[in-house]
Write a protein that binds this ligand. Structure first.
Ligand code: HOZ
Length: 426
């Protein structure tokens, strides 16, 4: 059925570790082999074998407008005609910085980089430089990219493949990382009480989307804000997934919290490699060349990436994208819940806006320990059932799904029909 993909994968295995350039793509968590895609448009991706799929991975978040949106393609083409990289400032960087600062009110200054990993790594360095403290708090199951000090009880591929604490990271590099359960404000209070004046900051995905998806309990993010403020530590929101997705101003706008620093990626580059971090001006001004915290990048502020991101954000500003995403999300949630119920399968469907995740457990999922109770064999069967019906979900229990504005009501209905069939076979 996917002979060409199989052939490519065999070839890839010879030259690329595991045959993939990012581990979750290898399908190891669900079994089988990845398919190879050579085209994507709107809500669909097309494999080299002539199959198409309704896509809920959306290139892991960036494709909020669907794939190959005409405004983005046009912007990238126009930028490419003028040169692919300059290594000196370009006007699009200024436009992007202004746009980010106006969309996210906590961000007074912003620096562009090349990935979410870079953004989080740099924000942590900046927090340490600003507070002159070493310790940081992260939460288990949260994933902030693959920088050494953050690969502790990490989510996403690290969790999927059972290496949440990666080999190759010296213990000394993570000795200042305190890991706590998510959604437990008392644990945070206790950590601050045990380490007074020593914690540089908390880094948190306000809505964790790298162990599936779960939501902050009412008051939890507020507590993080209050505790950090009282101790002189910084609150860093990793909005690589949620930024420009849950609202133009991200999760922080949706929940009404003002972090000190925020990290972005994904949508802000519209599918080109981009990250960004920003926040209070007096903190950001510690970055080189103004201050002593070093951070740099040859391709940072790349004109193609800026053009793509600007086109995406301008498109989001223009339409009623967030209303549409909410409607599609609600319809999908209702349909999938019904499908599980009529199949008699215990399942939790967590969703916020256009992000979602199904867990196969009868208990609500609020943190990593709850997420781990999901029946992963069942998830793998469900994944393949959906794939066979032409619906592509992330090939791991520990990833979120993403809906785009290109997903039509027909796409959602087709997905619900596929789920109803797949769930009956679990
Ligand atoms: N860590 C990414 C999702 N949370 C996966 C990236 C990829 O495989 O492209």
């Amino acid at each position: 059925m996917r002979a060409k993909s199989q052939e490519l994968f065999c070839e890839a295995l010879k030259y690329i570790p595991g045959g993939v350039n990012s581990p979750v793509r290898a399908f190891r968590a669900v079994g089988g082999q990845p398919f190879f895609v050579n085209r994507a448009a709107g809500s669909r991706i097309y494999d080299v074998d002539g199959n198409d799929y309704i896509d809920y991975v959306g290139t892991w978040g960036p494709a909020i407008l669907g794939h190959a949106h005409p405004a983005i393609i046009q912007a990238v083409k126009a930028a490419a005609e003028l040169g692919t990289s300059f290594g000196v400032p370009n006007p699009l960087e200024v436009k992007m910085a202004k746009l980010v600062c106006s969309a996210v009110s906590s961000v007074k200054k912003v620096r562009m980089c090349n990935s979410g990993t870079e953004a989080c790594m740099s924000a942590i360095r900046l927090a340490r430089g600003f507070t002159k403290r070493d310790k940081i708090i992260k939460f288990d199951g949260c994933y902030h990219g693959h920088a050494d000090s953050l690969l502790v009880k990490a989510g996403s591929g690290a969790l999927t493949f059972g290496t949440p604490d990666s080999a190759g990271v010296p213990a000394a590099f993570t000795q200042h990382t305190i890991v706590l359960p998510y959604n437990d404000a008392e644990a945070v209070r206790a950590a601050f009480a045990a380490n007074p004046g020593q914690i540089a900051g908390i880094i948190v995905e306000p809505v964790p989307g790298n162990a599936g998806l779960y939501l902050p309990r009412p008051g939890y993010l507020e507590a993080l804000r209050e505790i950090t403020q009282a101790d002189g530590a910084l609150l860093i929101f990793d909005e690589v997934m949620t930024g420009f997705r849950l609202a133009l101003g991200g999760a922080q706008t949706r929940f009404g919290i003002t972090p000190d620093l925020s990290c972005f990626g994904k949508i802000i580059g519209a599918g080109l490699p981009v990250g960004a971090f920003g926040g209070r001006a007096e903190i950001m001004d510690l970055l080189a060349p103004l201050g002593p915290v070093y951070q740099a990048g040859t391709l940072s502020g790349n004109p193609l990436a800026m053009a793509a991101g600007l086109a995406a954000i301008e498109e989001l500003l223009r339409g009623d994208a967030y209303r549409k995403l909410e409607e599609s999300g609600a319809a999908l949630e209702e349909g999938l819940k019904d499908a599980a119920k009529s199949a008699g399968i215990p399942a939790q469907f967590n969703r916020i806006g256009s992000m979602f995740c199904a867990y196969f457990t009868s208990e609500p999922v609020h943190n990593l320990a709850d997420a781990m109770k999901s029946n992963r064999d069942r998830f793998a069967k469900y994944f393949h059932g959906m794939l066979d019906a032409g619906v592509y979900l992330a090939p791991s229990q520990f990833e979120a799904g993403f809906i785009s504005t290109a997903h039509s009501p027909e796409d959602i209905n087709a997905t619900v029909r596929a789920a109803a069939k797949a769930m009956k076979q679990l």
